[in-house]
Write a protein that binds this ligand. Structure first.
Ligand code: F0G
Length: 482
């Protein structure tokens, strides 16, 4: 993917795959989009997929499978216990990460539930570069506390740091000394960091985190859900790793960890998950929870067909041509938007293109959820569904006050191998139009606010009639066009 030069001198990301199954899309007219957004409580999670033209909500479980994955699914060995499919999955995870033990789970947050249940007790502290919503919810549910130790560059929307997901190593060491190792069941690395724009960590930084953990005897756990993008960034941005293969980088990363867990909805281009473990004691500590929460030990809540797809998908995650597609499309989108003056997170990270909503909608106060308002406005502007990654995705403080997110982002995720470059161009165009008309966009307020993970089901309403005005301006500018 990265290696084809255009005679014209242009640089465009080039797909190293062809599309052989398609799904028809619909684009409801703008007035209809306005109505549908309100019916969905101004929450993009509550839209119906049939009403969405470009679904950039997530890259979780919506990546296109390859022909090899589809064909592997046909040979799945259906058995409650002892399935051959399961043996193939264990062997593949062992081959890639090199650990002896494996526990199957139905998706990433299930692994987090098992890990937290096994290790976290009230008063514990879990250092990590940055939290993910479900990770934090499981830790706090058990009385633990998350400490975020990302470098300061990680929280600046724009700079030229290639590894904004890195740990601040001195802070990690100070924290361990202050809290005491007995209160730290593990340190967690998230590679790359979902909530701050899918930003990667360097291999060097992971080595340093591992050295600190070894010095103090603290277990190190890698959340590898977004590892494939991070592998690509290590290969393309970390000079010392330029000549390493993706497999070699993966082996080196795994050699630093005690446990690696992943959502196969992302890593593996399918649906499912797993926990790969170096130590037998850790496996024994968690094993009993699998039949309790997931399913029997040889399927862990996954369908055998999905497990076969993961086996092939994990191999594809070791292929540079495959894993570069996401980051290169994202970089193209982020750079194009930047060129047109739209505030985006730079350098582009993995997962998706992240728009800086606090700057885009600088006229809106934090309490009116600028990233949520921008998500609603972009659906109205183009039928593009993004995900709020800002204050709505936070949980309120214990005293009920708002906990304002460090970054107020609208994430436009890039499902892998799904959209063509002309569809990406369309999304860029509608974001640019919205930016030119940003003064029309107003805020949101809750009408129904759940107490846990409120961004999933919460319902909001626009403050004032800005959405009708935005739709009217769209009609004026685009005429009959959808
Ligand atoms: N860890 C990370 C870094 C993730 O990005 C996710 C999911 C999970 C854990 C949980 O995995 O969904 O299989 O239970 N991220 C999705 C997203 C939901 O849209 O970013 P899961």
């Amino acid at each position: 993917m990265a290696h084809v030069k255009f005679f014209s001198g242009k640089t465009l990301p080039l797909e190293m795959h062809k599309v052989r199954i398609v799904q028809k899309l619909f684009l409801p007219p703008v007035e209809e989009r306005c109505r549908l957004m309100n019916a969905a409580g101004n929450n993009t999670f509550l839209l119906q997929n049939r009403d969405v033209f470009m679904d950039m909500l997530t890259d979780s479980g919506v990546n296109a499978m390859s022909d090899l994955q589809q064909s592997a699914m046909l040979r799945a060995d259906d058995a409650y216990a002892g399935s051959e499919t399961y043996n193939r999955m264990v062997a593949k995870v062992q081959e890639i990460f090199g650990f002896e033990y494996f526990l199957p789970v139905h998706q990433g947050r299930a692994a987090e539930n098992i890990l937290a249940t096994a290790f976290v007790k009230p008063g514990d502290v879990i250092p990590m570069n940055f939290h993910f919503t479900t990770t934090k919810a499981h830790i706090t549910r058990l009385g633990g506390r998350v400490e975020e130790l990302i470098i300061k560059e990680g929280l600046e929307p724009v700079n030229d740091c290639p590894f904004k997901g890195n740990f601040d190593i001195p802070r990690l060491e100070t924290l361990i000394q202050e809290v005491g190792v007995e209160k730290i069941p593990f340190v967690r690395i998230e590679a790359g960091t979902n909530l701050v724009g899918g930003q990667p960590l360097s291999l060097q930084n992971m080595r340093e985190v591992s050295a600190v953990c070894k010095k103090y005897g603290v277990r190190l756990i890698l959340d590898a859900s977004l590892l494939q993008d991070n592998l690509w960034f290590i290969k393309s941005r970390e000079a010392a790793c330029k000549n390493m293969t993706i497999r070699e980088i993966t082996t080196e990363i795994a050699s630093l960890m005690d446990i690696i867990y992943f959502s196969a909805r992302k890593l593996g281009f399918a649906r499912g998950g797993g926990i790969s473990l170096r130590h037998r004691e850790d496996e024994l500590r968690m094993k009993e929870f699998i039949p309790l929460y997931e399913g029997f030990l040889t399927y862990g809540g996954m369908s055998v067909r999905e497990m076969e797809a993961i086996v092939v998908g994990l191999d594809e995650s070791m292929d540079e041509d495959v894993i570069s597609q996401g980051p290169q499309f994202i970089e193209y989108m982020a750079n194009e938007l930047h060129r047109r003056g739209v505030p985006v997170v730079l350098p582009a990270g993995g997962l998706g293109c992240h728009i800086n909503a606090s700057e885009f909608l600088a006229h809106l106060p934090h309490e009116q959820y600028p990233a949520g308002a921008l998500a609603a406005a972009l659906y109205i502007a183009g039928g593009v569904r993004g995900m709020e990654r800002g204050t709505l995705s936070e949980q309120r403080n214990e005293d009920g006050s708002e906990r304002f997110a460090e970054l107020e982002l609208l994430r436009l995720a890039m499902p892998r191998r799904v959209y063509t470059l002309s569809q990406v161009e369309y999304a860029i165009d509608r974001v640019e139009w919205l930016y030119k008309n940003r003064a029309l966009v107003g805020g949101l307020r809750f009408v129904e606010e759940p107490s846990v993970l409120r961004f999933f089901f919460g319902r909001l309403e626009p403050i004032g009639n800005w959405q009708e005005k935005l739709a009217a301006k769209f009609r004026e500018d685009f005429g009959d066009s959808l």
